[in-house]
Design a protein around this ligand. Structure first.
Ligand SMILES: [Zn+2]
Length: 373
């Protein structure tokens, strides 16, 4: 392959085959149509077409990739040049805006979709349309949607105008807490199907957590303060991952914007307008339907089981918080159906002997993630 732009055509990576927990050092080659992943002996372990590659996370300088579909294979790239080269090739990996440029070409596809939407929407109504259309929204577009909702949510939540400082985990004394959080999130992420994910703890006192379209999860510090162990927090994060996997926030945007949203998308402007404001409010008030909450709880139980965590921990935390009343924003956990949710969670099957998400020292560090300094 020609390499006029001096991009690397290969490099080192870490590969997880999805069957065992073994990490293998591999050589990643950038081919014309996909990545080849070879072991130390040169044997090809996997070949991933670029279209199938999904970005799972890009925290700091490690790019974590998965392959679309039910498999659990993972590839981690630490070399920034190689990561950037993959970004250029893979449609669903996008840090440098390559995909946004490419997405304009998919406008034709979207206009067909919008025409179909008019027909389907006319017959079945907008909520049913949102339900059907949400899984079709491309990842890059969903992330832009999420960014627009994020701006609204941040301005509502960051009442002290802390800006960057609204997020916990950046100060030196907070870094061990952030490392503990990343450990938990990493374990959850590698237990489930590929889902875009970014988990941030923010300086809010309510025991709450919210998920935005595109994969951003905010865990409020008040939730960490109320937790007795790491698995309770992991359970809440797993529940929020459920909302992302089920695209509940994306459905809310589609539902609020209705058909005008689809046309707005064609013109490249969905940011303006009430849909984003509506979704931000919906996320903040956690006014998803009871069905959506039940489904997210079931997802959380599945994920916690697969991660060998304590499935019951989420219910324990819900029960503890459900008893308390917080002024201000109505919290997701303080719901009339809390008791029913806890009972349902307690009926979930326990897969195996749980292994705690964090050791006591790591949990103590997590408790101090918003301590400052
Ligand atoms: Zn929820």
């Amino acid at each position: 392959m020609q390499n006029a732009t001096n991009q690397p055509t290969g490099g080192a990576g870490i590969f997880f085959d999805g069957q065992t927990s073994a990490r293998q050092t591999v050589t990643v080659g950038l081919g014309a149509s996909g990545l080849s992943i070879a072991g130390p002996d040169g044997a090809v372990l996997a070949a991933w077409p670029y279209d199938d590659i999904e970005e799972l996370a890009w925290p700091g300088h490690v790019l974590r990739l998965g392959r679309r579909g039910p498999g659990l294979e993972r590839l981690e790239i630490s070399d920034p040049a190689l990561a950037a080269a993959i970004d250029v090739h893979a449609h669903h990996v996008d840090r440098t805006g390559t995909v946004q440029r490419r997405q304009r070409q998919s406008v034709i596809g979207w206009s067909v979709a919008a025409t179909l939407a008019l027909v389907v929407g006319g017959y079945y109504g907008v909520p049913a349309l949102a339900e059907k259309a949400a899984p079709l929204v491309p990842a890059g577009l969903e992330r832009r949607m999420g960014d627009a909702v994020d701006m609204q949510v941040r301005s509502s939540l960051d009442t002290r105008n802390l800006g960057e400082g609204f997020e916990c985990g950046a100060a030196d004394g907070e870094k061990p807490g952030r490392a503990a959080l990343e450990k938990m999130v990493g374990r959850l992420a590698s237990a489930g199907p590929p889902t875009p994910l970014r988990v941030t703890v923010v300086r809010r006192d309510e025991p709450n957590a919210i998920a935005l379209p595109g994969g951003q999860i905010y865990v409020f510090h008040g939730l960490i303060a109320k937790a007795d162990n790491a698995d309770e927090i992991a359970g809440v994060i797993a529940h929020e991952i459920g909302h992302i996997a089920h695209r509940d926030g994306t459905k809310a945007v589609l539902q609020a914007g209705g058909l005008s949203f689809l046309f707005g998308m064609l013109l490249g402007d969905f940011v303006g307008g009430g849909a984003v404001v509506f979704t931000a409010r919906k996320v903040l008030q956690s006014s998803y339907t009871r069905e959506a909450e039940t489904a997210a709880d079931a997802y959380a139980a599945m994920l916690m089981n697969r991660a060998q965590g304590d499935v019951r921990a989420l219910g324990t935390l819900l029960a503890r918080i459900g008893g308390a009343h917080e002024p201000g924003i109505r919290i997701l956990l303080d719901h009339p159906e809390t008791r029913a949710r806890v009972a349902a969670l307690n009926r979930m099957p326990l897969a195996q002997t749980p292994v705690p998400f964090l050791n006591p020292g790591e949990f103590a560090a997590l408790k101090r993630i918003c301590a400052g300094r």
